[in-house]
Design a protein around this ligand. Structure first.
Ligand code: 39A
Length: 214
C-alpha cells in the first residue's frame, strides 16, 4: 500500500493518474462564476448529474443571475430545480440567500471579494462543506472543500478524523508546507486556490470512478 503521510503525498499519489483529463482546468464547471454559487447549494444530497439538469433548466429560462433568482417566481424556480431534489427547501433557501447577498453585498462581484466563512455559515442551509465550496469555487478563496469522498479516500489510507475542521486542516497543511514543490509540477502559474480546486476534483474523480489505492 502507498504510504501517505500528509496531503502532499496524497497530491503526488493522485497527480499522474490523469483524473481531470475530461474536466475543466479547475474541475468545477464555470469556476469563479455565479453558476458555481447555485451549484454548491443544488449539489447538497444529490448526484452531480441531477445538478446539471437543474442548471440547464435555469439557463434555458435565463435565470442564472443573482438579481434574477432574488426576484424569481418561487413556483417556477421550484419546478426548474426539481431534478436536484429537496426542491421546496432548496428553492426557498436559494432565493432567500440571493436576497441576503444583495442586502449585505449589493452585487455578486462584491460578495466574491468580501464574503467570509462566518457570513456563509450564518445562512440557513449552509454548512461547512457548502460554505467552502462557495468560497473555493465561486469566490476563488483559499479554502479546501472537504466532502464524503475525501473522508472515504483517507479512510482507505488508514486515517480517521474527528471533525470536518480536522480533515480540512490536514488537507491544507501538507499542501501549504510544500507549495514551492507543487507549483513546479505545473507549466503555468497556479495559485493556492487553484491547487486546492484541482486536488479536490482529483479526490472526487478518483472515488467516483472507483479507483483502487494499490
Ligand atoms: N459531486 C460533485 C461533482 N461531481 C462535481 N463534478 C462531478 C464536476 N461537482 C462540480 C461538484 N460535486
Amino acid at each position: 500500500m502507498n504510504n501517505i503521510n500528509d496531503s502532499y503525498d496524497l497530491f503526488v499519489f493522485l497527480k499522474n493518474k490523469n483524473l481531470l483529463e475530461n474536466s475543466p482546468e479547475f474541475w468545477w464547471p464555470s469556476y469563479g462564476t455565479f453558476e458555481t454559487f447555485i451549484g454548491a447549494i443544488l449539489t447538497q444530497n444529490t448526484k452531480w448529474t441531477n445538478v446539471e439538469k437543474s442548471l440547464e433548466n435555469l439557463h434555458k429560462h435565463d435565470l442564472v443571475s443573482l438579481e434574477k433568482i432574488a426576484n424569481v417566481d418561487l413556483l417556477l424556480f421550484t419546478q426548474l430545480i426539481t431534478p436536484s431534489g429537496f426542491k421546496n427547501q432548496k428553492s426557498k433557501r436559494l432565493k432567500q440567500l440571493c436576497q441576503n447577498v444583495i442586502e449585505d453585498f449589493d452585487n455578486f462581484e462584491s460578495f466574491q471579494n468580501e464574503v467570509c466563512r462566518e457570513w456563509l455559515l450564518e445562512q440557513k442551509g449552509i454548512g461547512p462543506e457548502s460554505a467552502d465550496a462557495i468560497l473555493c469555487y465561486a469566490c476563488k478563496q483559499e479554502e479546501f472543500v472537504v466532502d464524503s469522498y475525501a473522508n472515504r479516500l483517507l479512510k482507505k489510507f488508514g486515517y480517521e478524523f474527528e471533525s470536518y475542521e480536522d480533515l480540512k486542516s490536514w488537507l491544507e497543511f501538507g499542501i501549504n508546507e510544500n507549495l514551492d514543490k507543487i507549483t513546479r509540477f505545473y507549466e503555468f502559474d497556479i495559485s493556492l486556490n487553484q491547487i486546492y480546486c484541482r486536488l479536490h476534483g482529483k479526490i472526487v474523480e478518483f472515488m467516483k470512478n472507483k479507483h483502487d489505492i494499490d
